[in-house]
Design a protein. Structure first.
Length: 161
């Protein structure tokens, strides 16, 4: 039996129960538990885990944060749609496509440090120049350049997964 299979057998129920207590939702807990083990399955790292429950909890916490961030993003989108006049509302198909695009963007940005994420979004979505971003954030231009370079590379690697 593989190490991952043994880890799953020994800790799946514990992780699911732990998440259910934190999230207060059985369905979200089950989904995140599965996503946690899928993340491990796809991981190139094959070394044994010294503290399996701590490791699983850390991965699950990050996935939970991603879930809530994605839901907040979707909610903000729906609230922005509600402000539009009815004739300007997109079709249900367009809404679905936008939600899928937002989820894909969120997956691409997963794992970026908050400032790097912010720099990338300011540059690509708001169209700010690098000097403007540096001024707004109170960091050097070289920091913005480094953050953008790292963020772009991170997104390229994430697309390859």
């Amino acid at each position: 039996m593989s190490d991952l299979a043994q880890l799953y057998i020994e800790h799946h129920r514990w992780l699911c129960n732990w998440l259910q207590r934190r999230l207060h939702c059985r369905h979200d807990a089950a989904d995140i538990t599965q996503d946690t083990f899928m993340r491990l399955l796809r991981s190139p790292e094959n070394s044994p885990i010294d503290e399996p429950r701590a490791y699983l909890a850390t991965v699950a916490r990050r996935l939970s944060s991603n879930l809530y961030r994605r839901r907040a993003l979707e909610q903000a989108y729906l609230e922005a749609l509600a402000l539009l006049p009815e004739q300007a509302h997109p079709s249900p198909e367009d809404i679905h496509l936008v939600r899928e695009a937002l989820a894909q963007i969120d997956r691409l940005l997963d794992g970026l440090q908050p400032r790097m994420r912010q720099v990338l979004l300011m540059h690509r979505l708001e169209g700010l120049t690098q000097p403007d971003i540096a001024e707004r954030l109170g960091v050097s231009l070289s920091t913005v350049e480094r953050d953008l370079r790292f963020a772009f590379l991170h997104c390229l690697r994430a697309q390859d997964l």
